[in-house]
Design a protein around this ligand. Structure first.
Ligand code: F6P
Ligand code: MG
Length: 454
């Protein structure tokens, strides 16, 4: 029950897999070591220092394994809920495989699991997040876009009163399309690719104005935005739907996801939103529970933006307070199933995490954010760009109970599907004209699968 196309692997020199496995991952790990050393240098307790030095030593071993292309060993039983899932997958499919000849998706995820293990077996540093500083820092450098959204949406969302029914429907449709794009492009600020960005570069990635969005819609190469609206608009008739976000990155992207979720709730299109995050640091910038709490609390109590006006700070505070209230009322629920931090693709979600599949199958719409989730949905394999999205995601579309799924993803890696009948020609043309088009994050897809009733 696998796709007929080969999965990308580190030794595929033509692919981003190769660059990632041979140079990006060691760089990311090196930065993680630097961060830990920064923390070490501020510690005073001998016990904690000695414990942390051992974490750093383990990171050194991981670095040696990665650069020496060692075989993938089982994960040490550190009490995490996902150990059995990891070791089952290694035993079943990847015995004797190394970082370069295992599928890229698996080998890359395995590196983040091993990084977690460096800390999870320690006494004092089990929950240490080597990427936390970076995640907070990037949000604090996103002030323009943060306030552009908060000043616009701090007041509860409302369509002006004196409009006809048709005009109201149109206003709501336009707002939906705009905020779906805000949510989509929020995914371009992913820290694993954008290490050391300047403030200017962040700004240009994050402009959210209307004209800007009209221009960027051209870059959505597989575009089911209208189909998505057709689905979402009828949720209200069922007394409002349940929408799930399988989250990607913390900070600015999460902030955009929340603005979007807030709109869905206030407009009565959704009544419940579930947010699915990671249990530990993952692919540098992915959301953990701590990142979730940090965002909401920093909006309400933080002093991250010394140059902001009182009105701007107040708008952010109000937005944050409203979101915290949703959480208290159970309208927003944050969850972290162990399956999300494994090396499995989502073709295997149905068989390896049936409880999660069942849970998602009760949703009216599951929105998968970002590049990694898209790779997992599509098995990260060399499918032709014309492959229909619902074919590319296998059991996530075809299994009984498969929910309606939308993938909102800026394209940052090799797998590209859902570009329509002329998709193969379009991809070929871009290959010639813009060789880096699959990793730049300039292009995107918004793809929908209708699911299959249970
Ligand atoms: O390392 C490659 C990768 O997994 C790509 O999928 C993407 O470039 C990045 O890491 C993560 O992107 P995102 O945060 O959008 O999933
Ligand atoms: Mg990510």
């Amino acid at each position: 029950n696998n796709p007929p196309w080969p999965a990308y692997r580190g030794y595929h020199e033509f692919s981003f897999a190769h660059a990632t496995m041979s140079s990006r991952l060691p760089t990311i790990l090196g930065k993680a070591v630097d961060d830990t050393i920064t923390t070490l240098n501020t510690e005073s307790s001998e016990e904690r220092i000695v414990d942390l030095v051992q974490c750093i030593d383990r990171m050194g071993e991981l670095m040696a394994d990665l650069s020496g292309n060692a075989k993938l060993r089982p994960i040490i039983d550190d009490g995490e809920a996902d150990v059995a899932l990891w070791n089952k997958e290694i035993a079943k499919y990847f015995q004797g495989k190394d970082f370069m000849n295992a599928p890229w998706l698996f080998a890359e995820a395995y590196k983040y699991r091993r990084l977690h293990e460096c800390f999870s077996v320690s006494k004092f540093w089990k929950d240490y997040d080597v990427f936390y500083r970076q995640k907070c820092d990037t949000f604090s450098r996103s002030s323009d876009a943060v306030f552009e959204l908060s000043t616009r949406f701090a007041e509860p969302f409302k369509i002006v009163d004196n409009l006809s029914a048709d005009e109201r429907a149109e206003a709501e449709r336009l707002m939906f399309l705009e905020l779906t794009q805000v949510c989509l492009w929020g995914n371009s600020t992913d820290l694993s690719l954008l290490i050391n960005m300047t403030e200017e570069q962040i700004k240009s990635l994050q402009s959210t104005g209307g004209d800007h969005l009209a221009a960027t819609e051209k870059n959505i190469l597989g575009n089911h935005l209208n189909r998505l609206w057709d689905h979402v608009k009828q949720l209200r008739n069922n007394t409002g739907g349940r929408v799930d976000f399988v989250l990607d990155n913390a900070g600015f992207e999460l902030y955009c996801d929340c603005v979007y979720a807030d709109f869905l709730l206030q407009s009565g299109l959704a009544t419940n939103i579930y947010f699915h995050g990671k249990r530990y640091p993952w692919f540098v910038s992915d959301v953990t529970k701590k990142d979730w709490e940090w965002l909401l609390n920093t909006m309400v109590y933080g002093q991250l933006f010394p140059k902001a006006s009182e009105a701007e700070i107040e708008s952010l505070r109000r937005l944050g307070a409203r979101w915290k209230q949703y959480e208290k009322e159970g309208k927003w629920v944050y969850e972290q199933h162990p399956f999300w931090c494994t090396g499995y693709t989502f073709w295997e979600l149905h068989s390896e995490a049936p409880d999660l599949f069942l849970h998602l199958s009760r949703s009216d719409l599951v929105i998968f954010k970002g590049d990694l989730n898209h790779r997992k949905l599509t098995y990260d394999c060399a499918a032709p760009a014309s492959t229909p999205f619902d074919v590319a995601i296998g059991s996530m579309a075809s299994a009984a109970g498969a929910p309606v799924i939308a993938s909102l993803r800026t394209i940052k890696s090799d797998v590209v599907v859902g570009l329509g009948q002329d998709g193969d020609e379009l991809a070929e043309e871009l290959d010639k004209k813009e060789p880096g088009w699959k990793i730049s994050g300039k292009y995107a897809v918004v793809l929908l699968s209708e699911g299959r009733p249970g």
